[in-house]
Design a protein around this ligand. Structure first.
Ligand code: PSU
Ligand code: MN
Length: 303
């Protein structure tokens, strides 16, 4: 028999056998998205929240070349502490695995892995997108292309406010990726609930999301779907407060010639410094909220 390319950890394998819903989680947010030890605490907490909400969490990463669907607490600890872990999207996948390297999967990378394991729902903080200044630097996240070619539902607090959000939305529309506003008719802006960009489709329940996804698949579409779930209001940072800080961080990134894979991690950590940690708390709270919604959707969809 052909050896499987994916490695299910025991808890995930057991859940799949029992037909218990499984929710995919990513690891770039652990290795590149937050400082230690907040990243570790966040990742462990997300697993608890998923379990409390009736689904098995499956954090995805490549550990010494093995594509792991579901991680032990020790493996999460390793990813949270280890420097030099590769940030893995589609172009990096084969190299990382073939050469036996460690890789943290991005939204794009986690969608690929979830799809290989037949998981339909994945919760993260927020997707990558079209960067500010893309007309010069051409920096557009591989997350967008992946959403157009891999049929996984991604629950995200819109897209990161460090991006050019109107261009990100236009790009998703061009790619044919449905965006469902979860109890909102505006695209959420990561730290803030609103971006001022209207959405065409608003849903009010996980059941509705599941219903729409089933139709999407029946139509033979191979693309993913973006569920845009705003940060809880008690944790939001109003755009009036954060926009100046984002501009400062972007300016700094240009001055220091930060680009490509390093850009998003640089901007996020700069903003954490400039807000005295307030943006980190907001980021953690919005991911937690996305896991709750992702769990509900996974339960509605079943196997
Ligand atoms: N959500 C967060 N923090 C993060 C990310 C998502 O709250 O750090 C990660 C995701 O893995 C996403 C990546 O795919 O940022 C985007 O990176 P880039 O812009 O280089 O494509
Ligand atoms: Mn990029």
């Amino acid at each position: 028999m052909k050896k499987s390319i994916i490695h299910l950890n025991p808890a995930v394998a057991k859940a799949i056998r029992a037909k218990k819903p499984v929710l995919a989680l990513e690891s770039t947010i652990i290795s590149h998205g937050m400082p230690y030890p907040n990243n570790l605490k966040m990742a462990l907490r997300l697993q608890e929240i998923a379990l409390d909400n009736g689904v098995q969490p499956a954090t995805v990463a490549i550990i010494r070349g093995k594509l792991q669907i579901g991680l032990s607490n020790d493996e999460i600890d390793y990813l949270a502490k280890t420097k030099g872990v590769l940030k893995v999207s589609r172009p990096d996948f084969a190299t990382c695995m073939a050469l036996g390297l460690d890789g943290a999967t991005t939204v794009a990378g986690t969608m690929i892995a979830a799809n290989l394991a037949k998981l339909k729902v994945f919760a993260t903080g927020a997707i990558g997108g079209v960067h500010r200044g893309a007309e010069d630097n051409f920096d557009i996240s591989a997350d967008l292309t992946e959403l157009s070619r891999t049929p996984v539902i991604v629950v995200s607090a819109g897209a990161k406010a460090i991006l050019d959000l109107p261009k990100t939305i236009e790009y998703l529309e061009t790619l044919g990726v449905p965006i469902l506003g979860f109890n909102t008719d505006q695209f959420p802006a990561f730290y803030s609930r609103k971006s001022g960009i209207p959405l065409y489709h608003k849903v009010t329940s996980a059941k509705e999301v599941a219903h729409i996804y089933k139709m999407h698949i029946k139509l033979g579409f191979n693309s993913g779907m973006l569920v845009a779930n705003p940060i809880p209001s008690e944790h939001e940072i109003p755009s009036s407060e954060i926009e100046g800080i984002i501009k400062e961080a972007v300016k700094e990134s240009i001055k220091s010639s930060i680009a490509k894979k390093d850009l998003t991690p640089f901007l996020l950590s700069k903003i954490v410094k400039l807000t005295d940690g307030k943006s980190l708390t907001a980021n953690i709270k919005l991911v937690e909220n996305n896991v709750i919604v992702g769990a509900k959707i996974a339960r509605e969809l079943g196997w």
